[in-house]
Design a protein around this ligand. Sequence first.
Ligand code: CIR
Length: 272
Amino acid sequence: MIVALVRPVPESIAQCELTHLERVPIDHGIALAQHRQYVDALRALGCEVRELPELPDLPDSVFVEDAAVVLDEVAIITRPGSESRRDEVPSVAEALREFREIQLIERPGTMDGGDVIVAGRRIFAGLSSRTNVDAIRQLGALTSDFGYHTQSVAFRGCLHLKSAATMLSANTILLNPRWVDPEVFEGMKILEVEPDEPYAANALAVGDTILFPEAHPGTANRLRSAGFVVSGVEASELAKAEGALTCCSVLVRPLPCEKPLSLHFLARVTKC
Ligand code: CIR
């Protein structure tokens, strides 16, 4: 069983941060309906969905992935690279403390969870406008005792590393070779997106099923041909906010936490 943390789409999504895309109108009703479909798909795949409190004044708060990196041993609460997103973090920490020891990325580090790919004991952290060298060093230091090796990854063309590449299974990665160098992922089986579908590298693997946007049928066919079970969802409205499928949830294997976060520590999350 997997717990999926999600958060409703606020009406203020129209004022979201944008880096690579031009602002176009976002229809809140369509965004809500597509988000509902996404949440239903997670439920249908056996996830226990936990809805975090809506944050009406935080336009990007539906993109919960950016607030945390969850490993089996520890959850790392990020310090998002965009100041407008920092107040999203405490409620994610609060929800995770039941399941994991919590650690924090601290100033001057900045990190968005969307820049972090975990592949077994290898962690790939994208260096981006949101994630800096200091935060990647902190992530490495917080996880090395558990046997993880963290490496920083250069990429281009998109906001987060996970727009350029995501894991499909334990050893297979889907990527856009124009945005990230496939050689970074040496030792893995690599599937490339259809060349005319640059945004197709963000897929959400839930168990053996790949949740995948309907907008990229060519790449969906490539996944099916490679033997993956693909479940399509519409995600076009939040794509206008530069959000993809992984961004809208934090997936957690529920393990009882032996070192629950103290309230004193939780107060630090709100200050950093
Ligand atoms: C932002 O710029 O922060 C949001 N508009 C999009 C965040 C998408 N999150 C993700 O890719 N992990």
